[in-house]
Design a protein around this ligand. Structure first.
Ligand SMILES: NC(=O)c1ccc[n+]([C@@H]2O[C@H](COP(=O)([O-])OP(=O)(O)OC[C@H]3O[C@@H](n4cnc5c(N)ncnc54)[C@H](O)[C@@H]3O)[C@@H](O)[C@H]2O)c1
Length: 255
């Protein structure tokens, strides 16, 4: 038996990076996985690679109608939803001085509002099941704040606040639905490699070239997927409202 045997899991942003690794690991551990993304080609290819237990759906997470469709199809094909991995997000540069209102709103819409929609529809669906787990991808940027990612940092802090509120609500209602957030530092994914390729990248750590420093700073997608698997499984059944840093001790002091 796998660690998430027969659970039905939705993973957003499953065509790339962490979401892809999540989908592969959860499927290996027995889950039936609904992969969603705006990148249809890569998403479909991954679902084909996983095989029978996987299904790809095109979803723009910022569109409420797309969420309704994803949950309806998961219900029809697999009989319900046990786990949601709210993972898809976008990143853009900009300090408080040079972020436009338009960019701010775009980032909040995709990275924060979409997670609200995901949680809303997940709670409604998971109430019908014996238990549920919502896993929200936040970031260390949402705890510490990164000067050059003003809107992104704020969106990730919103995800942490949303997570706590959903967790408290589910506990108060005696729903067996848990909601936790994950806070990585850097992860070696296409999101970051695009920044590394950009000579104008403003963040000091993005410009870092020392391979030892990079290794200390950047997790692998599989490091995050292992934590997602734990939160998706019943092994974490008493964890609710946790903010899990996965950052190689980024906030610790060395003297
Ligand atoms: N990479 C890092 O250093 C890092 C650090 C901390 C947190 N995170 C978080 O981890 C999660 C995964 O990031 P990643 O590094 O794998 O990114 P990635 O860019 O490799 O993958 C993101 C995926 O989301 C999809 N996507 C983007 N907008 C979408 C939308 N509107 N609707 C549906 N899909 C959409 C993209 O097509 C892509 O497949 C994100 O929430 C990110 O903020 C990443």
């Amino acid at each position: 038996m796998g660690r998430v045997q027969d659970k039905v899991v939705i993973v957003t942003g499953a065509a790339s990076g962490v979401g892809k690794e999540d989908a592969l690991l959860l499927a290996r551990e027995g889950a039936r996985v609904v992969l969603t993304d705006i990148d249809e080609e890569a998403g479909r290819e991954l679902a084909r690679k996983i095989g029978d237990g996987a299904l790809f759906l095109r979803q723009d997470i910022s569109q409420e109608a797309d969420w309704q469709q994803v949950f309806a199809v998961a219900q029809e094909r697999f009989g319900g939803v046990d786990v949601l991995v709210n993972n898809a997000a976008i990143l853009a540069y900009g300090t408080i001085e040079d972020t436009s209102l338009e960019l701010w709103q775009k980032i909040q819409r995709v990275n924060a509002e979409s997670y609200f929609l995901g949680c809303k529809y997940a709670v409604a669906a998971m109430k019908q099941r014996p238990a549920g787990s919502i896993i929200n991808m936040s970031s260390m940027a949402g705890i510490g704040g990164v000067s050059s990612f003003c809107a992104y940092s704020a969106s990730k802090a919103a995800v942490a606040g949303l997570t706590r509120s959903v967790a408290a609500h589910c506990r108060a209602q005696l729903y067996k639905i848990r909601c936790n957030s994950i806070h990585p530092d850097g992860i070696a994914t296409p999101m970051v490699s695009k920044l590394h390729a950009d000579k104008n990248a403003p963040s000091a750590y993005i410009r870092e070239k020392d391979p030892k420093q990079l290794q200390a700073r950047f997790a692998l997608p599989s490091d995050i997927a292992n934590l997602v698997l734990f939160l998706a499984s019943d092994e974490s059944r008493f964890m609710n409202g946790a903010e899990l840093r996965i950052d190689n001790g980024y906030l610790m002091w060395a003297d």
